[in-house]
Design a protein around this ligand. Structure first.
Ligand SMILES: [Zn+2]
Length: 347
């Protein structure tokens, strides 16, 4: 190793030591599917979290179509149950419900989980359930995934095509109740009309936990320049997603991931961009080919970034941010500082 390489490695170490915050990971779903096994967190996830210096993970409750409508609530509760059981079985993790608890986890060397919900299907149409999930620790909610539900419509995986209307009356109630309880509103996936409507009926900082910019991948599921500016005006944070950086496999690279970060930064500044990796390759590769084809038909074929497919690769991102000329203070904001600000202000 040359002296220059040595000093870059030391700089990466220094930047990583403060921790990496990833605001979107489909962990509870995987723990639920592996519910017959024990210590899945410690054996399958901890090594990668440690290699990537991951400090906080947004653990997303998500209900697949095959469980709906009958089993949405049950599977959501089971996903949370598995997350609690696996966390209790290890010294290395903590489920956190506040900024203070996140800090405490950090001080005791534990990896913090913030439970999030991607799509309100588990609530059915019963606002009371929202209180229950809040008590269980859910601290961020995105109203929809790609499909339509009782709250509203998801953005489609095409440049246009979702319904022109925004939220349903129930969707508006959920948003208001989230703000009243102290649940962060996550604008990932919601259709353009719903996006606007949510911002018109809320006052707090919004987040987009995992998305990409439409400038580089023009689908409704991603976020337009106008939407990016709306988040910036409200001092929100946008987490950059690793699986929709380009419609083309050959452009799905770590450099292009950084292009998405740069684009957001250029529009609204360095204080509004973070990470929402949405690592999914490990689930995708467990699926039979028939299911992978189903995903492609329903949404799109995901193009995974070869050197950014799991949390152990977070170091590669830090390396590339350095190579692209980001300063230390800015890199720290991207890796954790901006999300920490949101937790401090809202949780
Ligand atoms: Zn998603």
């Amino acid at each position: 190793m040359t002296a220059i390489e040595q000093s870059i490695e030391e700089r990466i170490d220094r930047l990583q030591t403060g921790g990496i915050i990833d605001m979107h990971f489909d962990l509870p779903m995987d723990l639920y599917e592996k519910r017959q096994r024990r210590d899945v967190l410690e054996t399958e996830f901890l090594p990668e979290f440690e290699a990537g210096n991951v400090s906080v993970v947004g653990a997303a409750i998500y209900i697949e179509d095959r469980y709906l409508p009958q089993n949405g609530l049950r599977v959501a509760l089971d996903q949370i149950a598995r997350l609690y059981a696996e966390t209790a079985a290890s010294e290395r993790f903590a489920i956190c419900k506040s900024y203070r608890e996140v800090q405490e986890a950090r001080e005791t060397g534990k990896i913090a989980f913030l439970i999030t919900m991607e799509g309100i299907e588990p609530l059915g149409t019963d606002l009371n359930q929202l209180r229950v999930f809040y008590e269980l620790g859910v601290r961020a909610i995105g109203l929809t995934h790609a499909r339509t539900n009782a709250a509203g419509h998801g953005g489609v995986f095409a440049a246009s095509g979702s319904p022109a209307e925004g939220l349903t009356p129930f969707g508006r109630e959920v948003v208001r109740e989230c703000e009243a309880l102290g649940v962060i509103i996550d604008l990932a996936h919601i259709n353009p009309a719903g996006f606007k409507e949510i911002l018109s009926i809320t006052t707090k900082q919004p987040i987009v936990s995992h998305t990409n910019v439409r400038r580089y991948y023009d689908i409704e599921r991603n976020i337009s320049d106008e939407q990016i500016r709306m988040i910036g005006e409200r001092r929100g944070v946008i987490g950059v997603n690793s699986i929709l950086v380009s419609p083309r496999a050959e452009e799905s690279t770590l450099d292009h991931y950084v292009d998405h970060i740069e684009h957001v930064t250029k529009l609204i500044g360095i204080d509004s961009v973070g990470i929402g990796f949405d690592f999914f390759e490990f689930i995708y590769r467990q699926w039979p080919e028939s299911r992978q084809k189903e995903l492609a038909a329903k949404f799109t074929t995901p193009h995974f970034i070869p050197d950014l497919t799991n949390h152990s690769h977070a170091r590669n991102l830090t390396h590339r941010l350095i190579e692209r000329g980001f300063g230390d203070a800015d890199i720290e904001k991207i890796l954790r500082g901006n999300w920490l600000r949101i937790f401090k202000e809202l949780l």
